[in-house]
Every structure is written in structure tokens, then in C-alpha cells.
Design a protein around this ligand. Structure first.
Ligand SMILES: [Zn+2]
Length: 272
């Protein structure tokens, strides 16, 4: 599932392409992807201008000039493409938005994911459970320590909890734990001050590096895009079961932790 780096990469790439663009066409091939009658959805969107694209955690909000938002959550398997032509047949995409300049934004793989047209008020309501963004300037080390204090869960589960921090999921929780050299199944309550500080810095370091590398999405965003997915080959533990640790050579271990995949180096990452 796309996480903060993937969605931030999409936001930064799409913003200059979409901002100020007027929607001239809407195709909906899977009505379950949207939240209202197809004709109502189309009528409401055609003629609207995208003012800007906002990211909240793993969510994207396309702000429209009538005060509504298009709320996108890619969930598992969702992806985006942009250009004069789609990388696959149009029928392959659940929704396509076409703009006055002839380019289109293609929404693919939205089986669990969705694209909902909502009011600003509903958007605020839907996002209110999200924890702070890891890059929020108010999330200082001291503020992070306060959020960690009293937490009872395991480290990986806590990092991937959207109410704790918004935007981290299965892949980056493992990468952050590896960077901080702490076992992902360590109890948060057992972490000392130094460990909490290492995690705080690793969160920003790993997410920054992954965003700059283009995240791990497989599909290019545009036909000439060579950046998207650049982080896929840079994961140090995620999806590397049995492969040697880049630091010590030990085989990367795979387990499940309360239903989540968990990859770690048993030598570099101790539980205490
Ligand atoms: Zn190692």
C-alpha cells in the first residue's frame, strides 16, 4: 500500500501539472470507486478547476474551485498515471479525469481504494482521526516523546497506526526500525530516551530519502518518468526475506506481527 513517500511524490509531481487546470471530461468505469451517482459526479466535476493538491498521511485531496475536494485513497494496489494517453486501455482504469489541455489523470487499481467527491466540512471530519504528519514542524523531539509516553503496543504497530502518526505503513515502519537499529516487535514502553530519539530521527531520515528517491510505486506516472519507484531497490529490510543484511550480512528474517508482515535483521536489531 502506498505510504507517505509515494503519496508525497505523487503530490509534488502532480501539483505543477494539475493546478489551474479545468476538468473537461470524466469517465467512470467502476461506479463503486466513487461515492455518488455517476451522472451527478460527472456533472459536478466538469468545468471545475483544480486549485491545489494536498496530502494528509496516505490521502490526497484535490481542492476544487467550488469548495469541494476529491478525496483519493489508493489503499492496496491503487496507482496513478498522467498524460495525453493512458499506459493501458481506458477501460482498465476505474476513473479518468481529462483536462482542458488534453492531458488526463488515470486512476488505476482502485479495488479497495476510492475517489470521493466531498465537501470541505466532510474532509475535515474524515481526517480528524489522523495523527500528525511526521514532517509537521510542531512535532519536535519533545512532542514526539510525549506521544510515545504511555503507549502500550509494539514499535512497528505503533509507527503504522495512523492515529499515532499519519502516513507510515508496513514498508516504512520496518525501514525506520532498521535505521534506528531497534527490533520492530520491541514494546514501546520498554524504549529508553536514546532509542526514542533514534526513532524520531530515523522517521524523518527514511521518509525523506524514500520521497527523494521517488517512493516504491511500480508504475511510472508519465511516459518519460524515470523517478517514480526509485526507492524500490533501496529498501534495506522490507521484502528482503533470506537476503543478506547490508550492514552485517545476517539473513533478513520475516515474521508476522498482529497480521502485518515484518522484516528485520536479527543481529542489527535487538529487542532491548
Ligand atoms: Zn544486520
Amino acid at each position: 500500500m502506498p505510504e507517505l513517500p509515494e503519496m508525497e511524490h505523487y503530490r509534488s509531481q502532480l501539483s505543477p501539472l494539475l493546478c489551474g487546470q479545468r476538468i473537461s471530461g470524466v469517465a467512470v468505469n467502476r461506479p463503486a470507486t466513487i461515492n455518488e451517482d455517476v451522472e451527478v459526479f460527472k456533472d459536478a466535476l466538469i468545468g471545475r478547476i483544480i486549485l491545489f493538491v494536498e496530502r494528509r498521511g496516505k490521502h490526497l485531496l484535490f481542492h476544487l474551485d467550488d469548495g469541494h475536494r476529491l478525496h483519493l485513497h489508493l489503499m492496496l494496489g491503487g496507482w496513478l498515471a498522467y498524460g495525453e494517453q493512458g499506459p493501458k486501455k481506458d477501460s482498465h482504469f476505474q476513473v479518468i479525469l481529462t483536462f482542458a489541455d488534453g492531458n488526463s489523470l488515470y486512476f488505476g487499481g482502485l479495488r479497495l481504494g476510492y475517489l470521493h467527491r466531498i465537501t470541505a466540512k466532510v474532509a475535515i471530519e474524515q481526517m480528524k482521526e489522523l495523527g500528525p504528519d511526521p514532517f509537521d514542524s510542531r512535532l519536535t523531539l519533545e512532542a514526539f516523546r510525549k506521544r510515545v509516553a504511555g503507549k502500550k503496543g509494539k514499535l512497528k504497530t505503533t509507527l503504522a497506526d495512523q492515529r499515532f502518526l499519519a502516513g507510515i505503513g508496513n514498508c516504512y515502519s520496518d525501514e525506520i526500525c532498521f535505521d534506528a537499529q531497534i527490533h520492530p516487535a520491541a514494546a514501546v514502553s520498554s524504549l529508553d530516551d536514546t532509542s526514542v530519539e533514534r526513532i524520531y530521527h530515523s522517521i524523518r531520515k527514511v521518509l525523506t530519502e524514500a520521497t527523494q528517491a521517488g517512493g516504491y510505486m511500480e508504475h511510472p506516472l508519465t511516459p518519460d518518468d524515470t523517478v517514480t519507484g526509485g526507492f524500490n531497490e533501496q529498501c534495506k529490510v522490507y521484502d528482503r526475506k533470506g537476503e543478506p543484511c547490508f550492514v552485517c550480512g545476517t539473513e533478513i528474517k520475516f515474521e508476522t506481527l498482529t497480521g502485518r508482515k515484518m522484516f528485520y535483521c536479527p543481529t542489527c536489531q535487538k529487542e532491548d
